[in-house]
Structures are given as structure tokens and as C-alpha cells.
Design a protein around this ligand. Structure first.
Ligand code: SAM
Length: 280
């Protein structure tokens, strides 16, 4: 049984990067009237209370959303993201943080659909509770990495897939590549957003090379580091690899990611990468 609970990490620097990219992609898809489908292979519970024992254990949100909560003059896509977190919190104090399913529910229109996979029974229960009244949403208590490709291509022929594993199992690094290949074969025009941590730089280099070897085109990488790479255990950076991104994403991230590296970096040691892994 998997032991990972995202409640320990909600609102940390990794969530800030991931959800900023997610919000931008969802907004872009929502610009056309035509319906689209959002698939979340690792949905999590979708709702986090930052005063809970889980979140309070390491207070990771202090060095993530906590550093952006009071600010102003953000890059445009950070303004959008922070406004959504403010909408989620009903008081001026930061006490709650939403998960990816909430961002999608909030930004999807009546004609759109959400398909949410979650494997952990406790997280499934919370997710079911918060989404059951919304007819646009289907929760799958299944393995999203193995099974979500079966939903492709969506009948809408427009869609975004978020792949956000915890990488608790080292095999996830290989499996995300296999999953992306299978999905892309069935739905080559879809947008795919893969989150990854940097714990061992070597493992990330292997992941990037494996993705490049797939031959999939139009693949962009946005990485945010809060510390330099290190041999000691712990996540120093994380990134999003986006296939078929909205054409507006790269320019927005070229402004936002360096800004985030300054705001969230550990005592001036933040860094970033904005790269094209494969051209269009
Ligand atoms: N996407 C969420 C967000 O941004 O708010 C966070 C997801 S969290 C990083 C990963 C979640 O995936 C955990 O809740 C875990 O229980 C679940 N999980 C792990 N392996 C899975 C799998 N193969 N299929 C579906 N869910 C899985």
C-alpha cells in the first residue's frame, strides 16, 4: 500500500509551480467554446487544511504559497494563480489550499468533463465527497498511470492530461514515459503536463533523455530550484514537462519561473530552467 499523503506537502514550492502551469493551460483551453476533457492521473484528495496536523508537521506551505500570499506586482500568470487561492480561502488568512481537481472544477465550463484517478482509499473518500454533486466529474478508484490512456482520445478531441505521481516508487520514472507514449499514440494533439521532482539529477537526466528518445515533438520543460543540486536526500527542485503546450505558456513561464526562483529560493540559492526538450 502506498503511504504518500499530499497533505504533508500541500502549498509547497512544487505545488506553486505545478498549479501555475495547470491554471495557465486550463485557462487557455477554456478560451474556445468547444468542450474539452481534463484527466488527472493522480488527483489526490483535492482539498487541504493548512492548520491540520499533516500540514503543520513541516509547514512546507510557508516556503511556497505562504511567501506569495501578501505580495503584489506578480507576473501575470502568478497573479491569476494567487487570486484563485484567495478565492478558495474565505478569510484573509491562508488556512486552506486546493488540489488540482479544484483548479480544474473551478476553471472548466458546463460543457467540459473531468476524469480523476486516485488510488489511495482515504484520498478517494475525500475526493468523492467534494466532487459527488458535480455531474461533469467522474472519479476512478484506479491506477491512473496504467489505465487513464483507455479514456483517450476523448470524444471532445480537445484535452489536458495532468500526470502527477509522488515518485514514491522509483519505477514511476520509467512508467511515466511508457504512459506518455501510449497516451500520445492515441491522442497526439492533446496537451500533457508531467510533474517531476529533482532528488537525484542523474535520474532526471535519464528521464529527459528517455522522453526525447520517444520522438514526441513540442515538449517544453519548466524547472524551479529552491536549492542547488545535492547528493544528500531531499527534493531541491521540481519541474513540469509539457507536451503540446498552449503557445502562450513558454513566454509566461519565461517570466514567472525566474521570478519564482527569487521569491521561493532558499537564501538566494534558487535557480530555474526553461528549455525546449523537443521542437514542434
Ligand atoms: N495532483 C494532486 C494535486 O496537484 O493536488 C496531487 C497528487 S499527489 C502528488 C499523488 C496522488 O496520487 C496521491 O494522492 C496518491 O495516493 C495517488 N497515487 C499514487 N499512485 C497512483 C496511481 N498509480 N494511480 C492513481 N493515483 C495514484
Amino acid at each position: 500500500m502506498l503511504s504518500y499523503r499530499h497533505a504533508f506537502h500541500a502549498g509547497n514550492f512544487a505545488d506553486v509551480l505545478k498549479h501555475t502551469v495547470l491554471v495557465h493551460c486550463l485557462r487557455y483551453l477554456g478560451q474556445k467554446d468547444k468542450a474539452f476533457c481534463y484527466i488527472d492521473t493522480h488527483a489526490g484528495p483535492g482539498d487541504y487544511t493548512l492548520t491540520s496536523d499533516y500540514a503543520q508537521q513541516n509547514r512546507e506551505f510557508d516556503d511556497g504559497i505562504g511567501r506569495l500570499w501578501q505580495g503584489s506586482n506578480y507576473p501575470a500568470c502568478i497573479t491569476d494563480y494567487v487570486q484563485l487561492i484567495k478565492q478558495y480561502n474565505t478569510s484573509p488568512t491562508l488556512t486552506h489550499y486546493p488540489g488540482s481537481p479544484w483548479f480544474a472544477r473551478t476553471l472548466l465550463r458546463p460543457q467540459d468533463r473531468l476524469c480523476l484517478y486516485e488510488l489511495h482509499p482515504t484520498e478517494q473518500r475525500i475526493l468523492q465527497k467534494t466532487t459527488s454533486k458535480d455531474r461533469r466529474i467522474t472519479v476512478y478508484p484506479d491506477d491512473g498511470l496504467k489505465l487513464a490512456y483507455g479514456l483517450l482520445p476523448p470524444h471532445e478531441r480537445r484535452g489536458l492530461v495532468l500526470i502527477d505521481p509522488s515518485y514514491e516508487l522509483k519505477t514511476d520514472y520509467g512508467q511515466v514515459v511508457d504512459t506518455l507514449v501510449k497516451m500520445h499514440k492515441r491522442f497526439a494533439t492533446g496537451t500533457y503536463a508531467l510533474w517531476y521532482p529533482v532528488v537525484s539529477r542523474r535520474r532526471n537526466q535519464l528521464l529527459e533523455r528517455a522522453l526525447q528518445r520517444t520522438g514526441i515533438a513540442d515538449m517544453h520543460l519548466f524547472e524551479l530550484a529552491v536549492k542547488p543540486d545535492s547528493e544528500t536526500p531531499g527534493m531541491t527542485a521540481c519541474g513540469m514537462i509539457v507536451i503540446n503546450p498552449p503557445w502562450t505558456l513558454a513566454a509566461n513561464m519565461a517570466e514567472a519561473v525566474p521570478w519564482l526562483a527569487q521569491m521561493l529560493g532558499d537564501e538566494g540559492t534558487g535557480g530555474y530552467r526553461v528549455e525546449v526538450l523537443a521542437g514542434a
